[in-house]
Ligand binder design. Structure first.
Ligand SMILES: Nc1nc2c(ncn2[C@@H]2O[C@H](COP(=O)(O)OP(=O)(O)O)[C@@H](O)[C@H]2O)c(=O)[nH]1
Ligand SMILES: [Mg+2]
Length: 622
């Protein structure tokens, strides 16, 4: 069903017109409204001459207009813009037009109402309205003179709406279930009922749902839409949802029903527009309130481009931080009001709900935002994948704000275990790995191969995806994985017999158990020859000819020492001894080894960090 929203100055005849068109009074049921029982509050529906069914959202009051237009996020297909012919353009006409613009509603019909009492004023009003619409999305919208009192022009108005809506592209499944709740109440015997506009996806009786931001679970007991009980409902649609398994007092306006995992963002990147008729430029500093869906929260603005303020009508890329975390997705529209003056000062759309934590050197991020802001659906999913190379399907859907069908159309290199690999990514990653292995073999000719954990770090992708990728690469023999090491096919490291390998594993286990104070090699059954082979394989690090650490323990010791010196500026031998939990017998050669490898630097009686130590410290800080 197509949804039309009304807009226009108070008392210009919006509700009367909706009733004249549909026979449904959007302001009806005063009594029920007060008791909160009407689920279709402000909603009317009828069938256009072509047979197209439409719903019309009409709400009383100016404040509620803004909220209700946003409540439909993406669900308002066109506007019925009402101006009374006897009064002409008014301040709220301008603010509503601005908000429609922020919301991306660029299609509609202008109704010049009350022509029965306007007389000659109608001509002047029409010119006035045309003048104000110039340069806006509604510039070319048809304008129809009507009187709800006499019925004049109503047929023509329906025809004009029909034409505007017929020109819309076919509705397609656009995403995963999301319903911003506008009201919640209790019906005796039925429990919690919430109403809202389902803007994407499909809900069916029996579905398990999650209510954000608190992530409470509930089950759908029944669904009602336009006065009818239904088994299943597809977006876009006004819905009343009867939920079981949840106390209605825990559900609030602005909460959101979803069925799948969702990113809750309290910080997102957006294209921000300053309102056209702003009296002062828009500044970053200020008390602002953000409206998105039915949610509303205080927010802070940070312009990403080199600007201090935005002139009326101009735009910038910005980071918006909110007090409440919101389940926003790319292209969600929002409006921002100044809390002090209580007027609409800005609006825009979400581009990235997962911006980098740090924006220093943000130039490349700005380029990213510019490149992706015009992309939707499958194309956006492909762009994100190409940037990150590998991603699991769920996260890709969350970031692109799309459903499985759209993400499923993305062109891929491969998909393993639910991970999508961007086109060309497998070759790129494989090359990254084989280049690193070649360098490793050159630097450690006697080692059996690169430790598996190091090889995974080289790829720099999600740990779970690494497993999938390795399985794939190994399958077609791009690399050989042998126990804990990886090597290029054809590279042969030191060969250990089965008995030697077993002895080595046993010894490594005993050394590991002793942490920083390992027994001598003789005492764990390691011959010098076998121990040196393990050293070449990168599995053992020697302190003295008779003392050695398994390489992971050694790396842990390095980290602890670097951590201590970072925190304290320097360290003495006894401080290091205590930090590592060992004795002087180990601490002294250990520090000599750390000095020799550039982790620490000796200065008289104390140590500070050497060049490699500083690198390590930087890595730890990240
Ligand atoms: N004469 C005349 N009065 C109208 C017409 N449409 C609305 N009105 C009156 O204008 C007033 C405001 O109408 P209403 O629909 O509540 O305006 P809204 O605030 O824009 O929803 C009411 O008293 C209506 O009876 C019309 O076409 N002709
Ligand atoms: Mg009204």
């Amino acid at each position: 069903m197509r949804v039309v929203g009304t807009a226009g100055h108070v008392d210009h005849g919006k509700s009367t017109l909706v009733q004249a068109l549909t026979g449904i009074d959007p302001d009806r049921f005063d009594e029920e409204k007060r008791r909160g029982l009407t689920i279709d509050l402000g909603f009317a529906w009828y069938t256009l001459p072509s047979g197209l069914p439409i719903g019309i959202v009409d709400v009383p009051g100016h404040e509620r207009f803004i909220r209700n237009m946003l409540a439909g996020v993406g669900a308002i297909d066109a506007v019925l813009f009402v101006v009374a012919a006897d009064e002409g353009w008014m301040p709220q006409s301008a603010e509503h037009l601005q908000i429609l613009d922020f919301l991306g509603v660029d299609r509609g019909v202008v109704a010049l109402t009350k022509t029965d009492i306007a007389g000659e004023l109608a001509d002047a009003a029409e010119d006035d309205v045309r003048e104000h619409l110039r340069g806006t999305a509604l510039e070319d919208a048809p304008m129809v003179r009507v009187s709800a009192k006499t019925g004049d022009g109503l047929d023509e108005l329906s025809e004009a709406l029909d034409e505007a809506l017929r020109a819309l592209p076919d509705e397609e499944e656009t995403g995963r279930v999301r319903l911003f709740i506008d009201r919640s109440f209790t019906i005796t015997g039925a429990g919690a009922v919430v109403t809202g506009t389902l803007s994407a996806g499909r809900i069916t009786v029996g579905d398990e749902v999650t209510i954000l931001p608190d992530k409470r679970r509930a089950r759908v007991r029944s669904l009602q839409t336009h006065g009818e009980q239904v088994q299943t409902a597809e977006a876009p649609r006004r819905l009343a949802v009867n939920l079981v398994g949840i106390d209605r007092r825990l559900i609030h306006r602005g909460d959101v029903i979803v069925c799948d995992p969702w990113i809750l963002a309290d910080r997102f990147a957006a294209r921000l527009f300053a309102a056209r008729e702003l009296r002062h430029p828009l500044k970053q500093k200020g008390a602002y309130e953000l409206f998105v869906g039915t949610a509303q929260t205080r927010c802070r603005l940070r312009f990403l481009e080199e600007v201090d303020e935005l002139a009326p009508g101009s735009s910038a890329l910005a980071i918006i931080s909110t007090d409440l975390a919101l389940p926003v997705i790319p292209h969600d529209r929002f409006v921002i009001r100044d809390v002090g003056r209580w007027e609409t000062v800005a609006g825009g759309y979400v581009i990235d709900q997962d911006p980098p934590k740090r924006l220093s050197g943000a130039d490349s991020y700005l380029d990213d935002l510019r490149a992706r802001e015009g992309l939707h659906g499958t194309v956006l999913a492909e762009w994100i994948l190409q940037r990150d190379l590998v991603m699991d399907q769920e996260r890709l859907m969350m970031l692109a704000g799309t459903g499985p069908r759209q993400v499923g159309k993305a062109r891929l290199d491969m998909m393993v275990d639910g991970f999508y690999f961007a086109r060309g990514s497998r070759e790129m990653l494989e090359r990254r790995l084989t280049d690193a292995l070649a360098a490793y073999h050159e630097a450690h000719p006697l080692a059996a191969g690169m430790p598996l954990s190091e090889a995974k770090d080289v790829l720099g992708i999600d740990a779970c995806a690494v497993e999938a990728l390795f399985a794939e690469i190994e399958e077609h023999r791009g690399v050989d994985v042998d126990g804990n090491v990886v090597r290029l096919p054809g590279h042969s490291g030191p060969e250990l017999t089965v008995a030697e390998r077993n002895a080595a594993n046993r010894a490594l286990r005993m050394l590991r158990d002793a942490d920083a104070s390992p027994p001598e090699l003789d005492n764990v059954g390691l011959s010098q020859q076998l121990a040196r082979a393990l050293e070449r394989a990168g599995e053992l690090v020697f302190l003295t000819p008779s003392i050695a650490y398994p390489s992971d323990i050694w790396s842990d010791i390095e980290h602890r020492v670097v951590g201590f010196i970072t925190d304290n500026g320097s360290a003495t031998v006894s401080q290091i001894r205590d930090t590592i939990g060992t004795t002087r017998k180990y601490a002294v050669p250990l520090l000599e080894k750390l000095d020799a490898t550039g982790v620490t630097r000796r200065k008289g009686d104390v140590r500070d960090l050497g060049p490699r130590g500083r690198d390590l410290a930087a890595k730890i800080a990240n």
